[in-house]
Design a binder for this molecule. Structure first.
Ligand SMILES: O=C(O)CCC(=O)C(=O)O
Length: 297
């Protein structure tokens, strides 16, 4: 049976004022979630950006890392030591809204550090965790060099979660460059992909929109990426331009560079008509090439 897909409203928080003070960052993120939830057309799902509680950079991850402290697949927020997880759980409950809590640096029980996304239901329960699978290691001479693998470990699982309105596939930023991850989630029934991300001013203008529209059109799903706002005084200049794209690759809404909250109404009919009109989902030739979604970890 196909997963449920009903109309819903999505809010992306392009968070600004991310400073060296973690407590302030968490407080500000909470205020912005409250503001998004208080919109006249209350969203069903709110999203925060990648690395919302710390400055972005591999040197910062171990310093800001929090012990979420869960193993396996059941998560009891009452047991966590993470102040970010506590806040996210509480504000999801307070607003009675689904919340994708951007990402935070996470220190695991084995002392490895991950770039981790946590998801909460409207009761404040932590229902899903995605650790960034593909680490952002690039070197474009004269432009940008970044090596997350100096301090981070890559996650080893693909992830989605179910709500009462849709199945949502998860990824984080650089993960969007690897079509297999999106393809696997889509083939597992996700109709919407949400990736907190923080592209930069070199790759952002070239690839941020292109990659989202590509993942949307090749899987005929909705795709959303939520960035921090750009801060030219920070060590890393995020691209901003948080956006939501529909299954025909149309950009439904796009933020600028500054702090903002953008909203989109996700209409399942757009996905159904895209799939009916261009039926690639039924025309695949697994007799010619393998179905990568079957090689799931
Ligand atoms: O892929 C890119 O160009 C940017 C990726 C990135 O910023 C990240 O993974 O945090």
């Amino acid at each position: 049976m196909s997963p449920i897909f009903k109309p819903f409203r999505l809010a992306l928080i392009q968070l600004g004022s991310i400073t060296a003070n973690k407590t302030d960052n968490i407080k500000h993120a909470r205020e912005m979630v409250l503001r998004a939830a208080a919109d006249a057309k209350k969203p069903d799902l709110i999203v925060l950006p990648e690395c919302f509680n710390s400055p972005y950079g591999h040197v910062h991850f171990p310093v800001y890392a929090e012990k979420i402290g869960f193993t396996g697949t059941t998560y009891n927020v009452a047991e966590t030591q993470s102040e970010s997880v506590k806040m996210l759980s509480e504000v999801a409950k307070e607003t009675k809204t689904w919340l994708i809590g951007g990402t935070i640096p996470e220190r695991d029980v084995d002392d490895k550090v991950y770039n981790t996304c946590t998801v909460y239901n409207p009761d404040g329960q932590l229902v899903a965790i995605h650790r960034k699978v593909h680490l952002f290691d690039i070197d474009i001479p004269g432009k940008i060099k970044f090596k997350e693998s100096e301090t981070l470990t890559g996650g080893s699982a693909t992830n989605f979660f179910d709500t009462e309105f849709a199945r949502i596939g998860l990824g984080i930023c650089y993960d969007v460059r690897f079509p297999e991850l999106a393809m696997i989630a889509a083939r597992q029934g996700a109709q919407v992909l949400v990736y907190p991300g923080a592209f930069n001013t070199t790759t952002g203008p070239l690839h941020w929109e292109l990659l989202q529209r590509s993942r949307a059109v090749d899987n005929q799903v909705f795709m959303a990426m939520c960035s921090p706002a750009r801060d030219m005084t920070a060590g890393y200049h995020a691209w901003g331009h948080s956006m939501v794209v529909d299954p025909m690759a149309k950009v439904l809404v796009e933020a600028g560079e500054g702090e903002d909250i953008i909203f989109a109404d996700v209409d399942p009919e757009v996905m159904y008509s895209a799939r009916a009109g261009i039926p690639v989902t039924e025309q695949r030739r697994f007799d010619v090439y393998p179905d990568v979604s079957q090689s799931r970890v």
